[in-house]
Design a protein around this ligand. Structure first.
Ligand code: CU
Length: 281
């Protein structure tokens, strides 16, 4: 019988009487034939099967990667936003003021030279029940210079939010959700105290955190029931990773500039989508 050709998995195709030290047998694995003891034959068979299974798993992993791609793009602002406001109570505060060289300003519109807009929450609309929040890394929010950093962020339902205090000042972390199912908490946080951890079970847009000690301190965290979202950076860019191919409505939402949507199609090569938010003058 001729040995089979090709294939990653070995098959024991022929055993002939050829007594050896262990009652050896002549056998073939794919293109190779051996004359070796039965114990080695079994070992080789196991190895070939293992390698074969590994190969199949590797191929499956590659196939899965090919079935998910990234959505990338940039959000820009059309129109001139109102000037930011100096937060004079912060600068005048005896403990927080010295933490800043200049007078801090509000962060309503963080806009680049070509209108690139930061702090825009970009997401795939209407996708629920897909959260992987319990197994992803926590979002970290710091309190530094008596401000929340970042100012705008997003998490999945069930994803941990770790709040730190890098200030030599006591803060009070007070989340104020509006969606039923999300809990309001109000906890003091001493300088050098342990981090506080928050999680939210229900989707919500711009869930507000505030500090009751410092009334200018706010952060906004959008909560999604899927991993398909991103927040634009200072250059207005975003990337929503590992999206299965298909047609979606992409939504860009900014606290002040409003919302814009765009119909997109994600292929194996991903999708590129730029969005423009227009200010009503
Ligand atoms: Cu505070």
């Amino acid at each position: 019988m001729a040995p089979p050709s090709g294939g990653g998995v070995g098959f024991l195709i022929q055993v002939k009487g050829n007594p050896g030290a262990e009652g050896g047998r002549f056998a073939c694995f794919a293109e190779e034939c051996y004359s070796c003891p039965v114990s080695q034959l079994i070992e080789r068979l196991n190895m070939k099967l293992t390698l074969g299974v590994s190969g199949v798993l590797a191929a499956l992993a590659t196939w899965n990667l090919a079935l998910a791609a990234d959505i990338t793009g940039t959000v820009t602002l059309k129109g001139t936003p109102p000037p930011e406001v100096e937060i004079t109570p912060l600068k005048n505060d005896p403990t927080c003021g010295p933490l800043h060289k200049d007078v801090p300003k509000t962060r309503f519109y963080v806009v680049g030279p070509k209108g690139e807009l930061a702090d825009v929450v970009v997401s795939l609309k209407g996708i629920t029940g897909k959260s992987t929040g319990a197994s992803v890394a926590p979002l970290v929010i710091d309190q530094k210079g008596c401000e929340y950093l970042p100012y705008v962020a997003a998490v999945q339902t069930g994803q941990k939010i770790d709040v730190k205090n890098s200030d030599p000042v006591m803060h009070n972390v007070h989340d104020t959700p509006t969606a039923s199912g999300n809990k309001e908490r109000n906890q003091a946080m001493l300088p050098g105290g342990p981090d506080l951890t928050f999680t939210f079970d229900a989707p919500e847009e711009f869930l507000r955190f505030k500090c009751d000690v410092h009334p200018w301190m706010f952060a906004y965290v959008s909560v999604f029931d899927s991993p398909y979202f991103a927040v634009t950076g200072a250059d207005g860019s975003f990337k929503i990773a590992n999206v299965p191919p298909g047609k979606y409505t992409l939504e860009a939402r900014h606290r002040k500039a409003g919302t814009v949507t765009k119909e997109i199609e994600v292929t194996d090569n991903g999708a590129q989508a730029d969005l423009v938010l227009e200010l009503k003058q």
